[in-house]
Design a protein around this ligand. Structure first.
Ligand code: ADP
Length: 232
């Protein structure tokens, strides 16, 4: 995906984003129009009207979520790079998600295989990235299971691996990851990973995803460690 994005001209990225956005907005708009027309006819019971309005609110909510996410992708990103302990960041993210793990019958393990875990980064943006990656893992395991998060270091890079036992991703789909609006989820927007890529780019980091269908997915996030930054 990284290569693919690089190959695309700026114009074609803009065209693709605009087309994707229009497409995503058009569906809920069509639904809304249909329900407005039915309400105009005024031939339904009060209960039915209530049900229509509930559906309409859901569609409006969806338009709002897509628009908000799309705008925050389009905005230039303000990154506040400061010395951070990646171990602490991951620990905080996992602790804050503990109820979510319980609700989904997921065992979460954190393994730290390095004692140099300092990086320069934006705490909130990095937390957002890891929260999203872990959330994707949870959503890939409808029957629960185990998620292992590993922190290791190789050649001035810190690597965070998020390993799940979920449904996995076919190689065909793997190639589409990171394309805007690519989602396999009913309520997904397909904008989350794009945001993660954007955040990691601002950290001189990158992301690598490997997967086996029905075995699980491993997402590796590479970030330069403090020494790596001084060498650059
Ligand atoms: P969203 O979660 O809104 O669909 P993302 O950009 O985060 O958007 O993810 C895009 C798609 O990538 C998901 O719909 C899903 O198909 C796939 N995906 C991401 N992470 C995983 C994972 N850990 N296991 C299986 N599929 C995944």
């Amino acid at each position: 995906t990284e290569k693919k994005l690089q190959k695309m001209t700026k114009q074609s990225i803009v065209t693709q984003l605009a087309a994707g956005f229009a497409h995503e907005i058009r569906n809920p708009l069509t639904t809304l129009k249909g329900f407005v027309r039915m309400l105009e006819l005024n031939s339904q019971s009060a209960d039915e009207s209530k049900r229509y309005i509930k559906i309409m609110n859901g569609e409006l909510e969806r338009i709002q979520v897509i628009t908000d996410k799309f705008l925050s992708l389009a905005k230039p990103m303000v990154v506040n790079l400061e010395k951070q302990d990646l171990h602490e960041i991951i620990h905080d993210v996992i602790s804050n998600m503990s109820q979510l793990f319980k609700d989904h019958n997921i065992d979460i393990k954190l393994k730290v295989a390095t004692n140099l875990t300092y990086i320069r980064g934006d705490e909130e943006l990095l937390k957002k990235t890891f929260r999203h990656i872990i959330r994707n893992s949870i959503e890939a395991m409808p029957d629960g299971g185990e998620i292992v998060v590993k922190i290791k270091s190789i050649c001035n890079k810190l690597i965070v691996c998020v390993i799940d036992q979920g449904i996995g991703i076919t190689s065909e789909r793997l190639a589409k990851l990171g394309e805007p609006f690519y989602t396999t989820k009913e309520k997904g927007t397909g904008l989350g990973l794009m945001m993660c890529y954007k955040i990691l780019e601002a950290h001189h980091g990158k992301i690598h995803i490997s997967s086996r269908v029905n075995k699980g997915t491993t997402v590796e996030v590479y970030l330069p460690d403090m020494e790596g930054i001084y060498l650059n």
